[in-house]
Design a binder for this molecule. Structure first.
Ligand code: FAD
Length: 483
């Protein structure tokens, strides 16, 4: 056994299976210090949203249990990582620190400064890819720049990707004890209000929960995914893996391996499974954008949009956040988000289009709300998807494509089950009026116990007016571009 001890610093990789940094730390044969640092919102770092804190609380409990089973203990500390790590090094004589890389600019700066400083002091500092299939700087166009369009990017990844060997979960570790905070003292659970009361029914944070979800999805749903993924009314039409991926409880490599192995054995439909893997590709592509465009959550990727005459309206924004816009498919989505910390992808696109186009409110306000309320809030996917929907991003949906919240509902929630579940006050309306209750005659409304303006709001903007206002605003962007 070598001298010293090795710190494994967990960040967005809260798992023991297939964790390259953890496996390498244990392989050194040194006593291991498994560490998680709750970092402050300084130096450009964005604090976790409320729903993510709820998830983190549970995920850390799960990781702690896994590490205890190996004979160790997860050390929890809150503060600047630099101070905490230096303090642990001087208290323990640790001479190595390993971590899996992260890709936001603030985090990269923290990590590279620390790496430089500790390396100068003679420590062994090693970093690994534990969270992506391919890191953002590895896939390049023929001219050597990064891809800005998804389809050729993903084609390139698929053609060249070589799956690394899996790192099986270590079964034991020699543990070096260090003082730890108590998780309960971090107060990660929301209070005022405790919006998480119904989260438990939807989620099992932690590595086991992730594995169960993947297995269940591959066995039950992946073969129909190509069609069902657009149906919010179906429970489990998509994998629900996003929060597990966001916290690194499962790696995309594990998803890739499990999916490909079932394709190879003929257990699942290849075409549909490849559509599923291409969604993992969108996550990867979002990280490419974040890496090459660190302000992705704040600044329009497409600079022409600085001429966009966004509206300020706290009243409309509040109605959107609370699911009180008067458009049932939008309200259903926003209420699903509030109650479960998650929203179906199709509905995310509809509500984001509604905010940025019908209400003409800047996408950053929506991105912020999602950041706070999504259990899967992800610095790359959230920002990239908001920019994509708003039309301001790389490879974006064109701004002039304004989703019609009535026909989108009729098409993708054809049974009406989704709206009826999240807007129960409309449950008795016939499908014909479910997505546009204001079009129903008084007798139909009365027999469904709906009183517009009382039991359910009037639309906060008329669809036609909202659409025309958005298109007129876009003319200003076009004019600025050509001037
Ligand atoms: P599945 O359909 O099962 O897909 C599998 C995985 O692929 C997902 O878990 C996710 O990691 C990835 N994925 C799927 N679609 C996308 C996509 N369009 N972009 C990037 N990755 C994708 N996803 C997040 O993980 N975090 C976010 O903060 C986030 N914010 C979004 C905001 C908006 C406005 C929109 C339109 C989309 C956002 N997405 C975000 C993408 C997508 O909605 C979710 O990843 C998906 O709904 C998660 O459900 P799932 O795990 O069942 O997905």
């Amino acid at each position: 056994m070598s001298d010293g001890a090795v710190i494994i610093w967990f960040r967005s990789d809260l798992r023991v299976e297939d964790n390259p940094a953890l496996s390498a730390a244990i392989e050194t044969g040194k006593p291991v210090i498994p560490l998680y640092v709750l970092e402050p919102e300084t130096c450009g770092r964005r604090g976790l949203g409320g729903a993510s804190k709820w998830w983190l609380d549970k995920s850390l409990k799960s990781l702690s249990s896994s590490i205890e089973r190996m004979g160790g203990q997860l050390i929890l500390r809150a503060g600047e990582p630099k101070d905490i790590i230096e303090n642990i090094i001087s208290a323990t004589g640790a001479d190595a620190i390993f971590w899996n890389r992260r890709y936001g600019e603030a985090e990269r700066n923290i990590d590279s400064e620390l790496k430089e400083k500790l390396s100068e002091q003679g420590l062994s500092v090693r970093s690994f890819n534990g969270c992506l299939l391919t890191e953002p700087w590895t896939i390049k166009t023929g001219s050597g720049s990064h891809f800005r369009v998804f389809t050729p990017y993903w084609k390139n990844v698929r053609a060249n990707y070589e799956l690394p060997e899996a790192y099986p979960a270590p079964t034991e570790m020699i543990f070096h004890k260090v003082e730890s905070d108590a998780l309960v003292d971090w107060g990660l659970h929301p209070t005022k209000p405790d919006w998480s009361v119904e989260f438990d029914a939807s989620w099992t944070p932690g590595e086991q929960g992730a594995e169960n979800r993947l297995t269940d999805f591959l066995e039950r749903a992946v073969s129909a995914y190509a069609v069902d993924r657009n149906r919010p009314d179906l429970e489990g039409g998509t994998s629900g893996l996003s929060p597990h991926l966001a916290f690194g409880e499962i790696a995309p490599t594990q998803i890739w391996r499990a999916t490909q192995s079932r394709i190879a054995s003929g257990e699942i439909d290849e075409d549909s499974a490849m559509v599923f893997l291409s969604e993992i590709g969108w996550r990867e592509f979002s990280y490419v954008l974040l890496y090459h465009y660190p302000d992705l959550a704040d600044e329009n990727y497409n600079k022409n949009f600085s001429a966009m005459p966004w509206r300020e309206s706290n009243e409309d924004y509040k109605a959107w956040c609370e699911g009180q816009t008067g458009y049932p498919i939008v309200d259903a989505g926003m209420r699903q988000l509030w109650q479960t910390g998650w929203m179906h992808n199709r509905v995310r696109m509809i509500v984001a289009s509604f905010l940025t186009k019908h209400l003409l409110i800047k996408w950053q306000k929506g991105e912020d709300w999602f950041w706070d309320t999504l259990v899967d809030a992800d610095p790359a996917s959230n920002a990239a998807s908001w920019q994509w929907t708003a039309g301001t991003g790389a490879d974006a949906a064109p701004y002039f494509r304004v989703f019609n919240p009535i026909t989108q509902g009729q098409k993708f929630d054809a049974t009406g089950d989704y709206v009826r579940k999240w807007c129960p006050e409309l449950a008795k309306l016939p499908n014909k009026f479910l997505f546009s209750p204001w079009e129903a005659d008084p007798v139909t409304l009365a027999s469904a116990s709906v009183t517009l303006g009382e039991t359910y709001p009037h639309p906060i903007v008329e669809h036609k007016i909202g659409r025309e206002r958005a298109l007129a605003a876009y003319e200003e962007v076009k004019a600025a571009k050509s001037s």
